[in-house]
Design a protein around this ligand. Structure first.
Ligand code: UDP
Ligand code: MG
Length: 319
């Protein structure tokens, strides 16, 4: 008989001491029905301040299918997922949140789709945003509209990071070693054939979301800056437009002066125009600054993550 195919489930965890045991039990239950695969968990502790690490140690002690990587501090979910991808060994690799918002019951269906061979990855998207503040849903929708218009990466509204993929796709993701990571964009950018599974939004079982509105806003700016140069073109276009308008106005005033001898009146309007143009200039400089700041972080080549403790002797501790 062939050796069993291996499936690694990457679980980024930040302050999930309550949710993690619930998640673990749910995955074990699903794993029972998937005896044709060797399932293993790769838990990534992203510098939690609660007892998440002790929970991980305990799970790893009881169950040899559990590996954990514990960061030296909080590096963010993107870094946690990257560490997972770098250290996942399975033929199939999945990413799942620890809070049960990504239903483990979907796994058998996702595996079956990949086995059929037509797709390289199965991704999930939630079709409802129930349980989310309306204002957040509104801005989320706006974000997806804007980014899909201006970026070459195809980013699906409501897409979760929960997906199952083949080895080839994981290697492509790991090869993208950019410092400013935006996984939704990276998944779209690398291509491959992806099947989308819609599901109803589920609220987290315990603990609370780590995303503040401001945090999400900054993340969305990251997404735009990482996958689109449109804001830079917008800055240049604004410059061209303003120069053209100024040129026409100068001509108009010169001609009026020559024909009617009319001196230019209007201090107030002059100040308004100066303020307006000053504002547009600062905005454009800000846009350039955003790209420059990202470039600065990129060229420093700092590691994405630092692992302080792990039960996996092969783990790449810094990358
Ligand atoms: N997470 C993480 N590092 C962080 C923030 C979040 O590893 O800095 C993990 C968190 O533990 C969870 C997943 O990322 O497993 C999704 O986080 P959360 O549930 O807060 O986000 P939401 O589902 O509200 O988008
Ligand atoms: Mg969640």
């Amino acid at each position: 008989m062939d050796a069993k195919k291996t499936v690694t489930i990457i679980v980024p965890c930040y302050n999930e001491e309550e949710a993690l045991p619930v998640f673990y039990r749910a995955v074990c239950k699903v794993a029972e029905g998937l005896s044709q695969y060797a399932l293993s968990l790769l838990l990534v502790n992203d510098g939690s301040r609660d007892g998440t690490l002790s929970v991980m140690r305990e799970l790893a002690r009881q169950d040899e299918r559990v590996r954990y990587l514990s960061f030296s501090r909080n590096f963010g979910k993107e870094a946690a997922m990257f560490a997972g991808f770098c250290n996942a060994k399975g033929d199939y690799v999945a990413v799942m949140d620890a809070d049960m918002q990504d239903p483990p019951e979907l796994l058998p269906q996702m595996l079956a789709i990949l086995e059929a061979g037509e797709y390289d990855s199965v991704a999930t998207r939630r079709v409802t945003r129930a349980g989310e503040p309306p204002i957040r849903s509104f801005f989320a929708r706006m974000f997806y509209k804007i980014i899909n218009r201006i970026s070459e990466a195809d980013i699906v509204d409501g897409a979760r990071d929960f997906r199952l993929m083949k080895r080839e796709m994981v290697e492509a993701i790991v090869s993208m070693c950019e410092y400013n990571r935006f996984s939704k964009g990276i998944f779209g950018w690398i291509g491959f054939r992806t099947k989308w599974l819609p599901f109803q939004n589920v609220e987290r079982v315990a603990g609370e979301t780590k995303w503040s509105f401001w945090g999400l806003f900054k993340y969305s700016i990251d997404g735009i800056v990482n996958f689109s140069q449109a804001p830079l073109s917008l800055a240049s276009l604004t410059g061209v437009l303003f120069t053209a308008v100024a040129f026409v106005m100068i001509l108009f005033i010169i001609v009026r002066k020559l024909i009617f001898g009319d001196p230019v009146a209007g201090w107030a309007s002059t100040i308004c125009v100066i303020l307006f143009i000053g504002g547009v200039q600062l905005l454009c400089m800000g846009i350039i600054g955003q790209y420059l700041a990202k470039t600065y972080l990129e060229v420093k080549h700092r590691p994405h993550y630092i692992i302080a403790e792990t039960n996996d002797s092969d783990a790449q501790r810094v990358r």
